[in-house]
Design a protein around this ligand. Sequence first.
Ligand code: SAH
Length: 359
Amino acid sequence: MSALRDKLLAQIADQGPMGIDAYMRACLLDPEHGYYTTRASIGAEGDFTTAPEISQMFGELMGLALAQTWMDQGAPSTFLLAELGPGRGTLMADILRATRHVPGFHQSMRLLLVEASPRLREIQRAALPEVDLGWREDLSALPQHPLFLVANEFFDALPIRQFRRAEGETWQERQVEAGPEGLRAGFGPARSMPVLDYRLGDTNPGDIVELSPEAQGWAKAIGTHVARHGGVALLVDYGGWRSLGDTLQALYQKAPADPFQHPGEADLTAHVDFAELARAAMPALATRLETQGVFLEKLGITARAQALAKGLSGGALDAHVKAHRRLTHPEEMGTLFKILALTPPGQRPPPGLEPGITF
Ligand code: SAH
């Protein structure tokens, strides 16, 4: 029996049904029972694995893309190197190793990690022993230096709201209620939602769309800073351009599960709507949305994979070949995962990416 389920049922009995966003926030970050605060086990042995945990090549190529962009912008002598939601710290460790020999890069950087989970902060500390680390809860009051930022599978963990189009121009919000056997999803009353007016043109009654006010807040903070002070943000996640349909999903002990069954014990994520991020990040410019597979190929992952393969044999070589395929193949992560960069107006996109549309 989940302690968080009892806590949420008591809250619903007291205050009525809760939004999907409040439910996700509680499941992931409740100080006592949240999945990220108490258990999140990322990596080969954990509940879920991520690109940096699959192969060092992912972080190495992200590092080179950041360093190239830093040079393209005149190698500013002080800059912020930031990561949102660093998990086990593997991506940042690979970025730092890959950029070690870029002249001036390490001397100029100030490292900054945004992590909500005290447990994961400790793991990150241990993974990055040789650097000065500063953690933050958010991006407010950043020092006024160019910001070079990465986020991998961060935005998919942010709470979303879900709406179902009803008749006419009204919407019903999906909510979490008390059912006979615990928590279940239902829908609130139909009402007009001016914030969704722009979706009236591309949806029909019955369609579900998702919004993430929290994701918009992060994108706005990044976009404002990058447009004013320079830098770039590389955002990698699964999702697409404009949300359609219910994408909330739970992973419980490595297997897909009902998102309302194991609050606090399962990882909950939703597809990222990159159009929503690009719009919120203005006046920074968004590049064209690219698939992870094409982006990594353009940055030379095949040559890097061949170089690393020379030192391997037997099972290690097989694992390495599989990891390369997993990151790039369309039937694995290559197409589902996308990358979007946010750049200052007037700067060229990072290597591997093309200029995008403007709103
Ligand atoms: N980037 C890592 C981990 C992805 S898991 C990887 O690729 O392996 C999501 C990460 O985001 C975790 O570190 C989690 O604790 C953090 N996180 C989730 N919501 C957050 C929030 N609102 N504020 C700060 N960190 C958050």
